[in-house]
Design a protein around this ligand. Structure first.
Ligand code: SF4
Ligand code: SF4
Length: 202
């Protein structure tokens, strides 16, 4: 009897859902929602940035790799190169890989980047049937800079929003409430002296 009741409940739920309007998006058969419909803080993918001379801004410092709680970033530091923007020598990245499969989209890599080099994008990568399809190589990350719309933040913006600022002392805790005045203690009545032993064995 229980089996029949359970089967009927499952069938009822199936029929009910069958008649409801579809609320999920079928991808990749249908195009993704336009990026304008997403919040500017929507975090979906990543990009590496270039400067005004089309030179990659990553200096290969590995701060993003070191802070990533999922361990999905691998940076290979490159040789010192001359920055076209400043004319000074600076570090570079020979290779950069971010494996989206383990990413929890915490944005910590973006927050620590001193060059605003690693940033996030608010449109997902195209769906893929292979694990390799979710591995963002350096080439794909640079391509994403132009191909996918940016989120609102980069390292500078996120650190500015931080309170207290990095290196600043945290605010002092609120003064503790003064302790309540101790209630007067009633004078203790001296205990009656214990009765002297009235007898005993000798
Ligand atoms: S968003 Fe978080 S988990 Fe993803 S790569 Fe950056 S630091 Fe790692
Ligand atoms: S992306 Fe930023 S934090 Fe990561 S290695 Fe490059 S410069 Fe350093």
């Amino acid at each position: 009897m229980n089996y029949i009741g359970g089967s009927w409940a499952a069938l009822e739920a199936t029929l009910r859902n069958f008649l409801r309007p579809v609320v999920t998006e079928s991808r990749p058969s249908k195009p993704a929602r336009p990026p304008e419909s997403r919040s500017e803080r929507y975090r979906a993918s990543f990009a590496l940035t270039t400067d005004e001379h089309a030179q990659g801004t990553c200096i290969g410092c590995k701060m993003c790799e070191n802070i990533c709680p999922s361990g999905v970033i691998t940076v290979t530091a490159g040789p010192k190169i001359e920055s076209k923007a400043t004319g000074k020598k600076r570090g570079s990245a020979a290779d950069f890989v971010l494996d989206l499969q383990g990413c929890i989209f915490c944005e910590m890599c973006v927050q620590v980047c001193p060059e605003d080099s690693i940033v996030m994008r608010r449109v997902q990568q195209a769906p893929t049937y292979s694990r390799e399809g979710l591995v963002l190589t350096m080439e794909r990350l640079y391509a994403n800079e132009k191909a996918l719309p940016a989120t609102w933040g980069n390292g500078t913006v996120l650190r500015e929003a931080q309170e207290p600022k990095r290196g600043e002392a945290p605010p002092a805790p609120a003064a503790e409430a003064a302790p309540k005045a101790a209630a007067p203690v009633a004078e203790a009545t001296p205990k009656a002296a214990p009765d002297a032993p009235t007898g005993g064995t000798t």
